[in-house]
Write a protein that binds this ligand. Sequence first.
Ligand code: GLC
Length: 535
Amino acid sequence: MLHMVKKYENFLDMVIYQIYPKSFKDTNGDGIGDIQGIIEKLDYLQDLGVNAIWLCPCYKSPGHDNGYDISDYRCIAPEYGTMEDMYCLIAEMRKRGMKLIMDLVPNHTSNEHEWFIRSRKGEEKYRDYYYWFDKPQNDWGASFGGSAWQYDDEREQYYLHSYAVQQPDLNWTNPAVVKEIQDVINYWVNLGVDGFRIDVIDQISKNFDGQNSFGPHLHEYIHAMFGRDNVKDIFTVGECWAGDIDEIRRHIDYDRGELSTLFQFDHLEAGRVGKFTPGEKNLKKVRDKIVMWQLKLQDFGLIHSLFTDNHDNAPFISRVADDHSLRYESATCVAAMFYLLRGIPFIYQGQEIGITTSSYDSMASFNDLECFNAYQEFLKAGCTEKEALNKVNFGSRDNARRPFAWDNSRYAGFSTHEPWLPIASRADEINLAIDQQAEKSVFRFYRDLLRLRREEPALRRGVTDVISAEEDNFFIFTRTLDDRVFTVVCNFEQPSAIEDSKGFGSEILHNYLDRKAGNTAFRPYEIAVFVSNHQ
Ligand code: GLC
């Protein structure tokens, strides 16, 4: 195993909570979450045990892709508040010793960004800020459907958009574009942010003769962003949809000025076939994927980002486990499986109360352009409206973006006004107030788990070894630092019996409340954590 560069190691102490600002907490009664809402909930987040926030885009944007179409990188969208609110958030976080990670979207802007408006006019300075050609350069499709090339009447040329038509791709081969993004990074770092999550980073360098990712200049561009002295110490996590371990390995190198870590998504494909069709529920497959990445990244001395949910995917437990009668057990089991490994836990808002997918009987309850495009495709492919709606109910990104359910009041305590997106269909049953009062509380389990992680260096810095075998229907791993050894046992769907656990030491965390210490029979999704001191 390679040793991790010392200054990287502090990153292993972070526990990052991802906030989707539009849906977290509304304080001004317009049905849209805001920065003041985040400030109001900082104590809640601290109580949960997180010490950093990744804030999804809250910049000025026409909102075709909910903020990932940015029209001004230096300005907060008015619906979220003002720059004063932002300064206040940074100061309040500082006070609590929390770090702020902003979302950086360098692959594309909004078509309402000044750069694009001036570029489509053909203004000298901005002419080559985007990819303009007289004809499409290839047959790339856009991620939200249709061709990635759009004819523009004003410029009388085609431009590239890897996502929606309203999201033109920036031309990174133009040094002026690189400089613009460097300036944006500097701007936020100077305001006090501690790092960035970088949107679709694998796509910023293009190879028009190949796939739309991992182009030939990718590392040069990453280096241009983060290899500079003033930003070398910040935390960076790149969103990376493809790539094998060797490719990934080239992306994570702090000293070379690349990334601190990245998200890769292998394990998220569990429980589905494509995004909108349910697949086999199988935690074993999830285990095998994360084990593979955990051990390889550890061997290379790199940081693993530990996550199951985000704003682009319907809640994980609904796909891979039982989100009805064993919802608490499923949510807590998945948390133990991921967040006690070596790496940085990323918790998406609502996971800590065990949110699930929703179900609606009309497309009027949805907002995301991805699911509207997909719905049309399903109809074209011969699905009935009901079948198409079922698929959307299963896979829509809106499932993850429903307003946070704080309590049982009219709009789930999120707002006093009808929210921008209907609240989750199970919000009466799954909300923070109910969860905190429940005997089986997902929140309390998360809090206990994070406290343990915080108090025990072995759970942050320790080495991971996997004990269970591939054929086992459970997952057992250890975390060791010096002579302190933690053993984590996570059982899956079926009851299982493990061999004697006496050697594991004493039990310090479990999810089934009536568990008897030392019991070797594990019920569905039962977990237990043991600790011992080896001489
Ligand atoms: C990323 C974001 C997603 C967005 C897309 C285009 O995948 O996570 O929400 O739609 O990039 O910016």
